[in-house]
Write a protein that binds this ligand. Structure first.
Ligand code: OAD
Length: 248
């Protein structure tokens, strides 16, 4: 890919990068996105599987579905896109603000990660809020119960109609607002309040770069749009950065 002089100049003279990521960055790791033809919400009902009402109606079904998704995540590996972002940490102050719950950015080596929609590897009791890792749970008989109070245990992910974790959202907002370049990678940009973050970054003066296989709701805000798969585009950006840094 031929990068514009404007973009290369930005890469030369900036310090702080933010990567605002969505399901598309993990697509090449074999994890389905939510929307589009093969999207999860095209086949499953979010109100049944990703809402507190759905969980209270059928906790075993919801738990089973999350166990299935957890297995997919555990069997998958960070791809070249996650790895390129982690490597960019050697050249810039990099923060990831992700809507993904799959933990792949951390597994790739990124150290500063805000998780706007939670993390599928964690769980907590809906009554006493006590946290549980998967290894502490008895998974044999459907939805497990809290050993302290007997409450139902749920995955620590944000469901429809729920608030985002305040520390993650405000942390993500403030790094994005102080970033020099904010990359929007593999997200439809349709889910708020998360999608406010790149818009706020732009309003605060960040250069906005979108990486996606197609145009999205975010494209009209972008200063640069790279159409293609994130693993290869991010790898090419990393190669460009290495050239810039060895020549300067
Ligand atoms: P979506 O499924 O809405 O969008 C995925 C985006 O990734 C689309 O714009 C695709 O074009 C793009 N895409 C797919 N493959 C790609 C690739 N290889 N490289 C680059 N881009 C690619 O997923 P999100 O935007 O993440 O919320 O969805 C936002 C939220 O909606 C999720 O966090 C989830 C969901 O309901 C909660 O669970 C709270």
């Amino acid at each position: 890919m031929e990068f514009s002089a404007k973009f290369i100049n930005k890469l030369k003279y900036t310090k702080r990068l933010v990567f605002f990521t969505g399901a598309g960055i993990s697509a090449e790791s074999g994890i389905s996105t939510f929307r589009g033809l093969d999207g999860i919400w095209n086949k499953m009902k979010p109100e049944e599987l990703a809402s507190i009402d759905g969980f209270m109606k059928n906790p075993d079904l919801v738990w089973q579905w999350y166990q299935h998704r957890r297995q997919i995540v555990q069997d998958s590996k960070p791809n070249a896109g996650h790895i390129a972002i982690a490597e960019l940490d050697n050249y810039y102050d990099v923060t990831v603000v992700t809507q993904n719950v799959d933990n792949l950015h951390r597994r790739a080596g990124s150290s500063k990660v805000f998780e706007l929609h939670g993390n599928i590897e964690r769980n907590f009791c809906i009554d006493c809020k006590f946290p549980f890792s998967e290894t502490e749970l008895n998974l044999e008989s459907g939805n497990p119960k809290c050993k302290n109070c007997g409450g139902r245990i749920r995955p620590d992910v944000v469901w429809f109609g729920e608030m985002l974790p305040q520390d993650q959202f405000s942390g993500g907002q403030s790094v994005a607002e102080s970033s020099d370049i904010c990359f929007i990678v593999g997200t439809s940009g349709l889910v708020y309040p998360a999608a406010y973050i790149p818009i706020e970054a732009k309003q605060a003066g960040a250069f906005l770069v979108e990486i996606n296989i197609e145009n999205t709701e975010m494209s009209c805000f972008a200063d640069e749009s790279f159409i293609g798969k994130s693993a290869s585009i991010l790898t090419e950006i990393l190669t460009e950065v290495k050239k810039i840094k060895t020549n300067s």
